[in-house]
Design a protein around this ligand. Structure first.
Ligand SMILES: [Fe+2]
Ligand SMILES: [Fe+2]
Length: 201
């Protein structure tokens, strides 16, 4: 039995005992179980950020993108990807695609991780050159097996999800997909599906 305030005996890792590391392992399990709560809290925090200038806040953008994914018949991997794809905006604004990708990488298909990592480049197709970016930057990846999925992710779910008139599902509606995905064993090839290009839906 682990009490909530129980701690290890060491102050440096190489002084730890087996009992110490057993304790850490017992504490890590519920910590992982709470992952969906932490992601939901991080997304909800985006409601209170300084205005980005878009007509809706970043949390609502995430909900719209994920709702569009669900309504397109996408699976849990894609729905979670759409929900979390901009979760790194606050801490890694210039590399936010890769930050989100690293969060989901242990649990979803490699295809989905690749798309989330590269979505900022593919998103430029819809905003450049009006914002000074190259709309054809994605062409670097034209021959990549996940090119079409990334193009569709941005076209159908991301770039259209700034609409105050769109009625998105509530955050709680996404808890089942978040729970399903983050309860998977990390880096399990069954879920990573290396080399497969399944597409969006
Ligand atoms: Fe983004
Ligand atoms: Fe986005």
């Amino acid at each position: 039995m682990t009490t909530s305030n129980e701690t290890v005996s060491f102050t440096r890792m190489d002084a730890g005992t087996k009992a110490d590391y057993d304790l850490l392992a017992r504490k890590f399990e519920p910590y992982m179980t709470e992952s969906p709560d932490r992601y939901i809290a991080a997304l909800e925090a985006q409601r209170h950020e300084r205005s980005s200038g878009y007509p809706i806040d970043r949390c609502e953008h995430a909900l719209q993108a994920a709702t569009r994914a669900r309504r397109d018949g996408a699976d849990a991997d894609w729905i979670v990807a759409a929900l979390l794809h901009d979760i790194g905006d606050a801490l890694s604004p210039m590399n936010h695609g890769r930050m989100a990708a690293e969060i989901i990488r242990p649990f979803v298909r490699e295809e989905v991780t690749w798309v989330v990592a590269h979505h900022p480049i593919f998103q430029q197709h819809h905003s450049g050159p009006m914002n000074g970016t190259d709309p054809d930057a994605r062409e670097t990846f034209r021959a990549h097996p996940h090119f079409d999925a990334a193009a569709m992710f941005c076209a159908r779910w991301d770039q259209v999800s700034f609409d105050p008139g769109y009625e998105a599902d509530s955050m709680e509606r996404f808890r089942p997909e978040l729970t399903e995905v983050f309860a998977r064993p990390a880096f399990d090839p069954v879920h990573l599906c290396p080399g497969e290009a399944i597409g969006l839906a």
